[in-house]
Design a protein around this ligand. Structure first.
Ligand code: QAP
Ligand code: CO
Length: 180
C-alpha cells in the first residue's frame, strides 16, 4: 500500500481520458488499494485514477462517516440517470474550493468489482453525486467545468499561485545552503 500524489487543477493531465481496464489482475488490485489509502488519508469521499495520474477507468468512493462503505468501480457505465439535485461539491484536485453543481439524483451503474466480476448497483443522494463526479474525472472533466468561466478562472489563478509557491519552495531553501 502506498500514498499517491494527487494532481491539482489546472494540471493538463486531469484532462486526459482514461482507458478501460482490460483485465482485473493483481496490479489493478494493488492500484485500488493505493487509491483507497490515498482517498482516506486526504480525507476524501471519492477518488478517480486520473487524479493520481493513472489513465485507467477506476474509481473508489466511500461517503459513510466511518469508512464502512467502500465502493470500487472498474470500467463504470451509467445505465440510468433519474431526477435532478443540486449539491455543493469539492474535489481533492481543487483543494479549498466548493461550488454548487446540478446532477442526476439517482443513478444505476454497471461496473467490474476488484474481483473482476461485473455487478450493477443503484445509488442516490451523496453517493450518486460522488459516482457521477468521479466518472467525469475518467473523461477528463472537473466540477469546475459546470460553473461560470469567471469563477473557474479565479480558482485557476489561486491554485496556480499556490502550486508555483509549493513546488519550488524546497529548492529555493536548499539551493543557497548547497552553494555556500
Ligand atoms: C467528490 O471529493 C465529491 O477542497 C469527492 O480541501 C465531493 O472527496 C462529490 C476534499 C463532494 C460530491 C460532493 C476537498 C478534501 C475532498 C477539499 C472529495 C479539501 C480537502 C473532496
Ligand atoms: Co474530484
Amino acid at each position: 500500500m502506498a500514498l499517491r500524489d494527487i494532481l491539482h487543477f489546472p494540471d493538463p493531465r486531469l484532462r486526459l481520458r482514461a482507458e478501460p481496464v482490460s483485465e482485473v489482475d493483481e496490479s489493478v488490485r494493488s492500484l485500488v488499494d493505493d487509491m483507497f489509502e490515498t482517498m482516506y488519508a486526504a480525507p476524501g469521499i471519492g477518488l478517480a485514477a486520473t487524479q493520481i495520474n493513472v489513465q485507467k477507468r477506476i474509481l473508489v468512493a466511500d461517503v459513510s462517516e466511518d469508512r464502512s462503505a467502500p465502493y470500487c468501480l472498474i470500467n463504470p457505465e451509467i445505465l440510468r440517470l433519474e431526477g435532478e439535485e443540486e449539491m455543493d461539491e469539492g474535489c481533492l484536485s481543487v483543494p479549498g474550493f466548493y461550488e454548487t453543481v446540478r446532477r442526476a439524483e439517482r443513478i444505476r451503474v454497471r461496473a467490474l468489482g476488484p474481483d473482476g466480476n461485473p455487478f450493477e448497483m443503484e445509488a442516490d443522494g451523496l453517493l450518486a453525486v460522488c459516482i457521477q463526479h468521479e466518472i467525469d474525472h475518467l473523461d477528463g472533466k472537473l466540477f469546475v467545468d459546470y460553473i461560470s468561466s469567471l469563477k473557474r478562472n479565479r480558482i485557476r489563478k489561486k491554485l496556480e499561485k499556490q502550486g508555483a509557491q509549493a513546488a519550488p519552495s524546497r529548492s529555493r531553501v536548499a539551493a543557497p545552503a548547497a552553494s555556500l
